[in-house]
Write a protein that binds this ligand. Sequence first.
Ligand code: GRF
Length: 216
Amino acid sequence: MNSNRCRAAILISGSGSNLQAFIDQVAGQQLELDIVQVISNRLDAFGLTRASKAGIATHCLLHDQFADRESFDRALARELDDARPDLLILAGFMRILSPWFVAHYNGRILNIHPALLPAYPGLNTHQRVLDAGEQWHGSTVHFVTEQLDGGPGVLQGRLLVAADEAAADLARRVQAVEHQIYPATAAMFASGRLEYRAGAAWLDGERLQQPVVRDF
Ligand code: GRF
């Protein structure tokens, strides 16, 4: 590990295909950061297996063993802080974070949401997009603030919804986009090009009024 490189911790709850994209890009030297830890709140998260295979330290912290949201978050932060992360990457981490946790890592948490935020926050986005007959769909990488799915967007990957597309197919296509835009955003942060300041995302010294959009 290089001591100057950005130290990233990745939080997961499930399959971890985004985690895998990070692992692959770091291994292939397309992404310059170190994944110092992977934490899951579910024992059966396949992402834990992916991380172990890659030789990354893993930890599982079960939220149902804590009295309330903040005590889980404080235990999570204790675990994370031992690994001294510069950046937290939420990759399918199915937990709402407490204001305490968000403040503790102020401006250092990224999330990816499978929709073109601010459209379609919340769950089940692919089906909702299809039901609404939308032309465009995609995914958004954003900084995490106290507002669920509401922090400033950085990078959006956008694609055209195909005629008669099934939700599962659309989900697959959106995930393939995620596997590109999420490591790309983390790379911007790791190199110092991207930062969170005064409630906004700044890229190359300019305040982003809206996320950068890439079409796929
Ligand atoms: C992704 O689609 C992401 O947008 C959402 O959760 C999903 C995680 O998938 N936040 P995976 O576990 O990375 O495969």
